[in-house]
Design a binder for this molecule. Structure first.
Ligand code: BEZ
Ligand code: FE
Length: 295
């Protein structure tokens, strides 16, 4: 029988140890030990406990088909990046092109020929021509990789947040050629604020944190026999490159976006335009797709 504060934790660990699934046992054992230690360390008050439960409930209530508050919370607390770096780069041993997925990846991006544009409705901003090569860890090109590309419009919103954009604006699915390359046209991405109407925004305001992400493109590379690579490529001179609200920037993710004042590659392009050449390294492993955070 529980006779004091001290005997609660062993009692809970004891019942959790009876779960038949070994991984569930391991996770819940660690979770309970850390959760109880957190309450002890902070001397959590009853009011604060209520506030925490309310916060958790509101994360769920704010989540719907077009908004994922749970992912946002994982992102602003650094947990998403931590889990990413634990699980990529040879389990954290080496540099990796992997980055957090974020709450805006959608399944079924429109298949697009190499060289095609992902600007599907009127979108401001200088033209961007990107060429990206997908290689394995020894630098050998990987042909036939399915690559989803997505990014926010320079007005600061994804298609799913903005009635002024057609569905799937700034999204496309490409296939790498025999030398591992895919290439496309878009507009240069700009920095933008993450959604702050929910509990995550409340937390940011209470901590006097800005809500901004530095400008970036997202990639998801999928091919059987390779670990699915989720990556981002950042504009290195963005003013918020050192203070990404979701802790997503690492050195291998800095992109070489070059301002170009020479003759543009298409007649409807004005100068200046931008080019980007980048390389993404896929590790060996299993191909699997994440659960889409939004529909
Ligand atoms: C994104 O880059 O799409 C993103 C990542 C984390 C939170 C919000 C947005
Ligand atoms: Fe983004």
């Amino acid at each position: 029988m529980i006779d004091s504060e001290k005997s609660v934790t062993p009692a809970v660990l004891d019942v959790m140890a009876r779960a038949p699934d070994a991984r569930l046992r391991e996770i819940m054992d660690s979770f309970i030990r850390h959760l109880h230690a957190f309450a002890r360390e902070t001397r959590l008050s009853e009011g604060e406990f209520e506030q925490g439960i309310d916060f958790l409930n509101r994360i769920g209530q704010a989540t719907n088909d077009s908004h994922n508050e749970g992912v946002l919370f994982g992102d602003i607390t650094g947990l998403s990046t931590l889990v990413c770096l634990i699980n990529n780069g040879d389990a954290g041993a080496t540099e990796t092109a992997a980055a957090l997925l974020g709450p805006f990846w959608r399944m079924h991006s429109p298949p697009t020929e190499n060289g095609g544009s992902i600007v599907r409705s009127e979108t401001p901003g200088p033209a961007l021509f990107a060429r990206v090569q997908v290689v394995d860890p020894v630098g050998a090109p990987i042909a036939g990789v399915e690559v989803d590309v997505w990014h926010a419009s320079p007005v600061g919103m994804y298609d799913i947040q903005d009635d002024a954009q057609v569905a799937m604006n700034m999204r496309g699915k490409f296939i790498t050629d025999a030398d591992g390359w895919f290439w496309f046209r878009s507009v240069k991405p700009a920095g933008y604020p993450i959604p702050t109407h929910g509990p995550s925004g409340e937390l940011l305001r209470a901590q006097l944190r800005h809500p901004l992400r530095p400008a970036h493109l997202h990639f998801l590379c999928y091919k059987t026999g390779h670990k699915t690579l989720i990556s981002q490529v950042f504009v290195a001179d963005d003013p918020h490159i050192e203070s990404d609200v979701v802790f997503g920037v690492t050195k291998p993710l800095l992109g070489d976006y070059v301002r170009r004042d020479d003759a543009p590659p298409a007649p409807d392009v004005t100068t200046p335009w931008f080019s980007l050449q980048h390389r993404l390294v896929m590790e060996p492993g299993e191909a699997s797709l994440p659960a889409p955070p939004v529909k």
